[in-house]
Design a protein. Structure first.
Lengths: 475, 451
């Protein structure tokens, strides 16, 4: 005999409250996933799976113990609760750094997202057609096209949270995304490019600038420019960085360094730098759970996986480091307000410190003005991978890039990489454009501590840099 | 840790198959896996201790030439039957695969399970936490230069069952324990890392691995820059030599061969490697970390020679590729991590490279100028698996001059091609057990090394 997800969580909480521990939290989820992959207009793969399970965390003496199960019977739930309590007691006796759950007002709430065209109400055929529309437009006249690919992913369902302080939260989980990739071949030269969009949104988002046709056209245009592309100059130049690449840089090379677990244990280069000026007056970085979806359609997270309402956190304010990102347990330990950054990829894991939407806020320039101010330099867009060091060093391969002279793009590069140190980068920001855009992908979330892919929102406005280092991969 | 009854899993798999047939499937297969694990870690003073179980089902159904698949992280009867229904819906909308013949038939041949250690079932979170704190402490005690230590130990027991409508109904169980530790050593502005990990099917005492990892970090301090880019002999130790097998696996997959994506297509019976190189896929080695009696489609596993004295002898098959050639599967169907979420692909079970006669030191003493690469490589996954071209970063590399290891190097990039390298490799005698199998050190006479 098994229980429903919510009933089994209540059973776990009631049973857990019999034990003498400081706090009990129970999480549950029931989320269905669908992915569709098409190549050269052929449906290659369709996958559906459903993840259902619950987990319980006990706090004791400054440490936590965690346990989880997919088997929602009373017997199995009791074993799970006992294991979490035992684990908390053991962990408490070993912990050198003590956690303390910050005080907060327990929330009772049922949260759902307001979207027009919910993917669960849309037939498979229409989703398939979206991919084919994207591929058809990526194919264009078919000149030099080696292959086209398109993929769609969705996660729909609910996450639940209960704790022994009377929090009781049910929230809708929704993430949809689609992308189109095109590979071109001319002689021995192969180039590829991809455009995508997604977020906690209905399928109505895939229109206008995010219509499948537009995604396909963009990918085709970028890949074609790269076919004609030249070798990039190596060295230091003025730079304009587009929305997607700025977003990845803010997340990967700054955001992670501000996560408090890393501040507490790993010697992040941001440790001990609170209230210090690390960047220019234009270097402002926000991490936020709920961004205005009407203006910036993207990822939405109203509550984290510790039952904390997600707060807007200004990490960097005009160059000054003002805040770190916290777990409830680290916020309490250093006596700051919890930020709502405790997140777990699914019920098999304890929440760890993670970002939500991380971005530079919009500035006052148009992109045209950004190009004019760039005058002579490098314009880089999007990314196809990179590496970041925990010391603040980074290297990102841009997906495409251009040499600009007198504010006019002159020619494209075949491949270009930007590298350097995050502090140097922040000090060189000399302008932000107005065009903030945020995105989230079903396929490419964030990875940390074995928990991947966690959905996050990335993006930003175009950012103008006085100087940045460019080069090939070994630049 | 509490076990679940394997026979119950097998009978549940059979009921799902029956149900799928009732729903309209012409053929059906159910794969169920169950894992219970305890994991402990200490990250610079922060403790993590968790214990739990996951179970799940993946169901494959056939309608004509259309194959549908759906999965659920549950073994609750209602939910798994619903997944069977979903799989049929998926099959209806999938395009037909004209090459698909049928699911595997039961195969009568003997095969072997790996060692199952009951002692691992008695370990508690407290036991693991104590062991973890010992290795973390010993690492920190090595030197004041050690500024950060992250260590952990995990134990797991797993079972899986497969049933299909052609009469397969089998299962197998396994145990595993693993410990790993990562240290950072700092001197002035120089920062180096050291790492050690050990995995085993049976109870293992991890004490000492913290000390090993810490010494590796400290001994990597004082690194110098390789002066210029040059082609040099590179000696991969028995940790890093697995890169060659990782890349080779792609080419050995019969699926890649049949779809002409493999550099080893049409090379059966040809010499592709050094004359003394023999590689076996040994699915039955008792201590092998992937050893299993049946593969992910319920076909008994086998022991097969892949390369014998440099000559390519066998590709690796699952039932799909074997049926294309009218052969029987080699028992290499695999579903990867969280297996129930995946459709069976193709993977080796445990590679065994037959050892040579020279130790690591013997091999070093054959090198006038070269590089010793140890412990870990970054970027293997970014290689070109079709062509075999790789470009990887070695964080713990050492410079060899006049048959002696002279000093540590700053991270270097090493580039080459696996199929060219295999023709010239020489293998050592020092087999090490890992998730790829058992591999010795490997010397490649000529690779591009970039500072």
């Amino acid at each position: 005999m098994t229980l429903s997800t919510y009933a089994s969580m209540n059973y776990a909480l009631k049973f857990g409250e019999r034990f003498n521990v400081d706090l009990i939290e129970v999480r549950g989820e029931d989320i269905s996933h669908t992915t569709i992959f098409s190549e050269k207009m052929n449906l290659k793969d369709i996958r559906v799976f459903r993840r259902v399970g619950i987990g319980i965390r006990a706090y004791n003496n400054g440490a936590t113990g965690y346990s989880f199960t997919t088997w929602l019977s009373k017997k199995s739930i009791k074993v799970m609760v006992q294991n979490a309590v035992k684990a908390a007691k053991v962990a408490g006796s070993f912990a050198k750094l003590k956690l303390k759950p910050a005080m907060y007002d327990p929330i009772q709430c049922k949260h759902s997202l307001n979207v027009k065209k919910h993917p669960i109400n849309v037939e498979f055929e229409e989703k398939k057609e979206m991919l084919h529309r994207g591929e058809r437009s990526a194919m264009g006249e078919g000149v030099d096209v080696a292959t086209t690919q398109a993929r769609y992913g969705e996660a729909c369902g609910h996450k639940y949270f209960l704790n022994s302080e009377s929090a009781d939260i049910s929230r809708e989980v929704l993430l949809v995304s689609m992308g189109v990739t095109v590979v071109l071949k001319r002689g021995d030269v192969l180039t590829n490019a991809r455009d995508w969009h997604g977020g906690s949104l209905g399928l109505e988002v895939f229109r206008d600038e995010y219509a499948p046709e537009r995604l396909g056209q963009n990918a085709a245009k970028w890949a074609a420019e790269k076919l004609e592309g030249k070798k990039p100059p190596a060295g230091r130049f003025r730079a304009l960085i587009d929305n997607k690449l700025v977003g990845v840089m803010a997340h990967e090379s700054f955001g992670h360094l501000s996560e408090y677990d890393f501040i507490m244990t790993g010697g992040s280069p941001l440790s001990g730098k609170l209230n210090q000026k690390l960047g220019s007056e234009y270097a402002t970085i926000i991490d936020e759970g709920v961004v205005n979806n009407a203006l910036y359609p993207g990822f939405t997270l109203p509550f984290d996986d510790e039952g904390v309402k997600t707060r807007r956190v200004t990490l960097l304010n005009q160059g000054v480091l003002e805040n770190y990102l916290h777990l409830r347990g680290t916020a309490g330990a250093v006596n700051v307000e919890p930020t709502g950054n405790g997140r777990a990829v699914d019920f098999r894991f304890e929440p760890i410190c993670r970002m939500r939407n991380t971005y530079f806020p919009p500035g006052d320039l148009t992109v045209e003005e950004g190009l004019e101010l760039l005058k002579d330099g490098v314009y880089v867009c999007n990314t196809s991978g990179g590496q970041v060091g925990l010391d603040g060093t980074f290297l990102f391969k841009a997906m495409c890039g251009y040499w600009v002279e007198g504010g006019e793009p002159k020619y494209a590069f075949r491949d270009v990489a930007i590298r350097g140190h995050i502090f140097d980068f922040l000090q060189n920001v000399i302008g932000r454009c107005k065009d903030l855009k945020l995105h989230s992908s079903y396929f490419g979330g964030c990875g940390k501590g074995g928990q991947s892919p966690l959905p996050v929102g990335i993006g930003g406005p175009h950012l103008l840099l006085k100087e940045a280092t460019f080069g090939g991969e070994q630049g | 840790m509490i076990m679940i009854d394997l026979d119950n899993l097998i009978s549940l798999a059979e009921r799902v198959v029956k149900k799928a047939e009732v729903y309209g499937a012409e053929e059906a297969e159910a794969y169920i896996s169950w894992t219970r694990s305890i994991n402990s870690s200490i990250q610079g003073g922060l403790i993590n201790l968790s214990e739990g179980e996951t179970a799940g089902l993946g169901v494959r159904v056939v309608l004509g030439k259309r194959v549908g698949f759906a999965a659920v992280s549950s073994i609750d009867e209602q939910k798994v039957f619903k997944a069977a229904h979903e799989a049929i819906k998926v099959a209806r909308i999938r395009p037909a695969d004209s090459n698909f013949l049928h699911l595997p038939d039961p195969v009568k041949r003997s095969s072997k399970s790996g060692y199952f250690d009951d002692k691992l079932l008695t370990l508690t979170g407290s036991d693991l936490m104590k062991k973890t704190s010992i290795i973390v402490k010993e690492a920190g005690d090595i030197s004041q230069q050690i500024t950060f230590v992250y260590g952990g130990i995990g134990v797991s027991v797993n079972q899986f069952a497969v049933a299909n409508s052609r009469g397969i109904n089998i299962g197998d169980s396994g145990t595993g324990i693993g410990g790993g530790i990562y240290c950072k050593a700092v001197e002035g502005s120089e920062e180096r890392t050291g790492y050690e990990s050990i995995s085993s099917r049976r109870l293992f005492d991890f004490s000492g691995i913290g000390e090993i990892a810490a010494k590796r970090a400290v001994n990597s301090l004082g690194a110098k820059r390789l002066e210029v880019t040059k082609r040099l002999p590179v000696l991969f130790d028995n940790y890093t030599s697995s890169i060659f097998l990782s890349l080779l696996s792609y080419g050995l997959s019969a699926r890649a061969v049949q779809e002409k994506r493999s550099a080893l297509s049409d090379k059966l019976g040809e010499k592709i490697a050094w004359k003394n190189l023999t590689v076996i896929d040994d699915s039955w080695m008792s201590d092998g970390l992937n050893t299993v009696k049946y593969d992910a489609e319920g076909v008994p596993t086998t022991v097969k020679t892949v390369i014998e004295k440099g000559v390519l002898k066998n590709y690796l098959h699952n039932s799909y590729t074997a049926l294309q050639e009218g052969k029987s599967s080699t028992g290499n169907a695999a579903r990867g991590g969280e297996g129930y979420l995946q459709i069976p692909g193709i993977s080796p079970i445990n590679y065994l490279i037959l050892p040579g006669s020279k130790s690591l030191d013997d091999l070093i003493s054959t090198i006038d100028e070269g590089i010793l690469v140890r412990y870990s490589l970054m970027g293997v996954g970014h290689s070109n698996f079709i062509s075999g071209d790789f470009s990887v970063v070695a964080s713990n590399a050492f410079y060899i001059k006049n048959k002696t290891v002279v000093h540590p190097l700053r991270p270097i990039m090493i580039a080459g091609n696996v199929y060219n390298a295999l023709k010239e490799v020489e293998v050592g005698s020092d087999l090490r057990l890992s998730f790829i199998g058992k591999t010795p050190s490997v010397l490649v006479p000529n690779l591009t090394c970039t500072p």
